[in-house]
Design a protein around this ligand. Structure first.
Ligand SMILES: Nc1ncnc2c1ncn2[C@@H]1O[C@H](COP(=O)(O)OP(=O)(O)OP(=O)(O)O)[C@@H](O)[C@H]1O
Length: 280
């Protein structure tokens, strides 16, 4: 479905964020992308739909190499990729329904998008999606009247309104409390399974990733250093991904960690105990 080959990104500053990353994601597979801050997770997600321009390599979605197509074709191909963002990226003054319908903008002619007149089948589908994400009662509310979890549900429905073939999810739970984070991850992964929709989810929270995804890809300094089943994450593999300094269960307490508090893995806000619990 998605085949990334030798993808490299060097920013204008000279920072190489990705080095020859090769990754295949088959239909229906949900991949959790983990790694320390600066490892290149966002860059990888954003290169796939060319929000960031790759420096070299191929990004094959079905038969199309997204890395090389021109801007006109890119606009068409982007319809095939749904995107869910950490900060939801909703239009705050529009209603929930209008935000979901905005997922159809790539499909409607310009004059229709300008007047926001959508075909009845788009509206019907938007209602179905709102029902699926549990927001039917909120359809006419303005986006700025919703909670964080509800906003992310709108973001999910909007991405699905596109009828994408691939879902790219960038830190979907970073602004949410733990319970809402689990609900959002459950919703995204259930829908992916229902629709056999492949997804790449950039996620800081390792136990949450382990709980919900089928495969974990670990990035370190722009390279894939782990690619396996979530159960294969252990002290050694976490050290490979996050580095010795960030992942060391025996490191000395610097006084900033309260007694009995879990020790952090990188900046993942997670702990050895919770990782082990999640793996069970
Ligand atoms: N627009 C940019 N210009 C220059 N360098 C950048 C830019 N965006 C990212 N980088 C650099 O590329 C590298 C990878 O950054 P990226 O944001 O992809 O990492 P990340 O794993 O998503 O980190 P985080 O978890 O903190 O979001 C870092 O060294 C970063 O400084």
């Amino acid at each position: 479905m998605l085949q990334i080959s030798e993808l490299t990104k060097t920013y204008a500053t000279g920072d190489t964020a990705l080095s020859e990353v090769t990754l295949d994601v088959p239909e229906g597979q949900i991949v959790g992308l983990i790694g320390p801050s600066g490892a290149g997770k966002s860059t990888l997600i954003r290169c796939i739909n060319r929000l960031v321009e790759p420096t070299a390599g191929q990004i094959q979605l079905g038969r199309v190499d997204l890395a090389t197509i021109g801007h006109r074709e890119l606009r068409r191909q982007r319809r095939r990729i749904g995107m869910i963002f950490q900060e939801y990226s909703l239009v705050e003054r529009l209603t929930v329904m209008e935000n979901v319908l905005s997922g159809r903008l790539g499909y409607v002619p310009f004059w229709r998008s300008f007047t926001r007149r959508f075909p009845p089948e788009d509206i019907q589908r938007a209602y179905q999606l709102l029902d699926r994400v549990g927001l039917m009662a909120q359809a006419d509310k303005r986006a700025d009247a919703l909670s964080g979890g509800q906003r992310q549900r709108v973001g999910i429905a909007r991405a699905l309104a596109q009828q994408p073939e691939l879902l790219l999810v960038d830190e979907p739970t970073a602004s949410l409390d733990p319970r809402t984070s689990r609900q959002i991850m459950r919703l995204i992964t259930e829908i992916c399974v229902e629709q056999r929709l492949p997804a790449i989810i950039n996620i800081h929270d390792v136990p949450l990733a382990q709980q919900f995804v089928q495969r974990i890809v670990g990035l370190h300094a722009g390279r894939i250093v782990f690619d396996d089943h979530p159960a294969a994450l252990n002290d050694a593999t976490l050290t490979t991904i996050y580095g010795e300094e960030d992942w060391n269960p025996n490191r000395e307490d610097d006084g900033s960690t309260p007694a009995n508090a879990p020790q952090a893995v990188g900046d993942a806000g997670t702990s050895r105990e919770s990782l082990e619990a999640a793996a069970r």
